[in-house]
Design a protein around this ligand. Sequence first.
Ligand SMILES: Cc1ncc(COP(=O)(O)O)c(C=O)c1O
Length: 361
Amino acid sequence: MIPLVKVGLPSKENLMPQLEDILYSGMIGEGDAVYEFEKRFQKMFGVPNSIAMSSGTAALHASLILSGVKPGDEVITTSMTAEPTNIAILQVGAIPIFADVDILSGNLEPSSIEDKIGNKTKAIIIVHYAGIPCKLKEISDIAKRHNISLIEDCAHALGARYEENGIGSIGDFGIFSFQAIKHMTTVDGGFLSFRDNNKLRDAKKFRWFGMEKGISRTEIDITSIGYKYNMHNVAATIGLAQLNDIDKRLSKHIDNGNYFDKEIPSISGLTVPVFDSVAKPSYWLYTIFSEESENIEKILNGVGVQASKLHRPNHLHSIFRQYSCDLPQLDKYYKRMIHIPCGWWVDLTAREMIVDALKKG
Ligand SMILES: Cc1ncc(COP(=O)(O)O)c(C=O)c1O
C-alpha cells in the first residue's frame, strides 16, 4: 500500500554518528545543538526571529500568549485543520470563532474572516492546509487594517512560499511542527517565528517556566507563567541532520504536486485545489475533489493506494460544539475532498499509476 503519510528520516550514516555523540555528550537538554538548529532553520526557510520548541502545539500556545490573547477574547480560526490549532485557543481560555473556507482550496476565505471580526477579536489563526498557502495578501491586509495579530499555522506547509517569502514570515507569527509524519520530523518538535524582535526575550522565557537562561537560579525572579516547551539537543541533532537533505525531500513533494496539478484536471469529474498565482505550495498531501469521493477512495485503495480524508472538521467535536456555526462552504468542501499520497515516497511509476487508476475509475 502506498501510504498517505510516512516518517522521513536521514540515512543511518548521516544521522547515527551525530546522534550517538550527542546522546553520550552529557549535554542532552537545551544547548548548542538547539541554537545551531534555530540559526540554520531560520536562514533556510526565510523566517524572522525564532525559537525551537517541543511541539507545534507549544508554538501555537506561545503565539497566542505573545499576541496578548486573554481568557474570554476571541480568535478567528478554521475548523478544517488538525485539532491542536483549536485546542491551543481553548488552552488560553479564549473563544474559537470559526470562519468559513474557500471551497476551492479548503483554506480560510478572507471575506468570512472579516465578517467575523468583532471588538473581542485578538488574533486570527490561518492554516495553510495540506501545504497550500492561504490568500495571504488579502488576509494580512485585513489583520493590519483591524490591528489584529495574524498567526500562520504552517504545520502542513514547510517549504511553501508566497510572493518569494518563506511561509510563516508574513504573519506576525509562524508556527511549524516536526511531529512524526510531517515533511520533516525531529520525532516531536516545533518552531515559532515572529516579526517583532522585541518578543524574543518573552518567547524564550515562555518556553522555559518563565525564566531567563543565563541568570543564576538563586537570583532569578519569575514574573509570568512559562512552560517546559523547549526543544532538546537530541531532537535538534535530528533536526540538523534533516536540514542537510530536506531540500531533496521537499522538492519531491513539490514535483509530485505539480504533476498532479497538471494531470488530474483533465480527468472527467475531478478537480484540484485553486490557489493564488503567487503561492508555491509544498504539498504535504495532495487533495482532489469529486462528487463521488467515496468511490474514488475505494478505487485507489483497490490498487494499493491509501486515499482518504485526514481530519474531522473540528467544530464537530463535542468540546467545540458550543462554538459551532453554519459553515456551508466547508460542508461542501469536506464532502467532495479526498487526499492522495504526494510525498517523497511516491516515485514516478507510483504517481503515473495513481493517475491511470483515476482515469480508469
Ligand atoms: C495543522 C496543524 N497544526 C498544529 C499541529 C500541532 O503540531 P504538533 O503535533 O507538533 O504539536 C499539527 C500537527 O499535528 C497540525 O497538523
